[in-house]
Design a protein around this ligand. Sequence first.
Ligand code: CP
Ligand code: NVA
Length: 303
Amino acid sequence: MVRHFLTLNDFSSEEIRRLISTAEKLKVGKEKSKILKDKNIAAIFEKPSTRTRVSFEVAVSQLGGNFIFLRGDELQISRGEPVKDTARVLGRYVDGIVARVYKHDDLVELAKYSGIPVINALSNLYHPCQVLADLLTIKEKKKKLEGLKLAYIGDGNNVCNSLLIGCTKIGLNISIGSPKRYEPKKEIVEKAKRNAEKSGAEVEIINSPQEAVRNADIVYTDVFLSMGDEIEREERMKTFLPDFQVNAKLLENTSPEAIVMHCLPAHRGQEITDDVLEGKQSVVWNQAENRLHAQKAIFIHLF
Ligand code: CP
Ligand code: NVA
C-alpha cells in the first residue's frame, strides 16, 4: 500500500519515534542511504519557500534521486486543470510528489489519484515536516520528549496544528496561548485530545501567553500572518501586538533553561524580538538544519 506523509496523525507514536531515530542516525552519519537511486521526485510549490524547498532538494540529491521543481503558477493547474488530472499524469512519470499548497484537500486529491507517495510540504492545515524536525531538535536539546511542556504562543495556524498533533502523539504536554478567535480549530484540538488520551500528554488552549509559558521547557512561536492571510494584516497586528510577542519579558515567566523555537521565516518586532531570536535560548538554526535530516528520514520511511 502506498503511504503518504500528509499529517503526523496518520502515523503511530512508534513510527514517529522511528522517524526521529532515523533522522538522528542520518545526521551523525551512522546511517547512509541511496533509497531514491534512479527515482524522480516532483515538487509542486504554490507558495514561496526557502528551507523546505532547499532541504528537500538536497535530501533527494543525497539519497541518490532527481528533484523536479514545479512552480504552481507554471503548471496547468494555475489555468484550471483539475488536481486529480495532474495527479494521474505525474504518477505516470515520477516516483513521489512533494507539495506545498493553499488547500489541504488538494494534497488529499494528489494522494488519492497519483498512486505514488505524496509529502505535505505545508498546507493551510498542517506543516508535518516542520514538526518532525522540531521534535528531533527538542530531543537533541532536552535529551527526551515525553513529559516536557511546549508552549506555543500566537496564531492557531498550520504549524500550531502540527505541533498539537505531533506533541500529543508522543506524550509531550502542549499549551497554546492564542488570542480569542485565533485559537486552533476545534476539530484539530479534538484530534489532539484523542491522541493525548493514549499518550498521557496534557493539552491546554488558553488566551494568556503568561500562563501558557509557565513551567514550559520549550517556547515556540510562528508568524501572525501566514502565507495567504496577508489581507488580514491590520486586524491581526492589532490583535496580536503587544501581548502575543515572544520577548524577554514574556520569558521571565518561565525557566532560563527553556529553549525558544520558531519555524522561520521570523518577523523581528512582531511575533518575536530580535534579542530573543538571536539570544542564548534560541535554537532556531538547529531547527532549520534538522529539516534536511527529518526529510531524508521521511523518504526512507515511505520508499
Ligand atoms: N519553515 C519553513 O517551512 O520555511 P520555508 O517557508 O522557507 O520553507
Ligand atoms: N505559518 C506559516 C509557516 C511558514 C513556514 C505560513 O503558513 O506561512
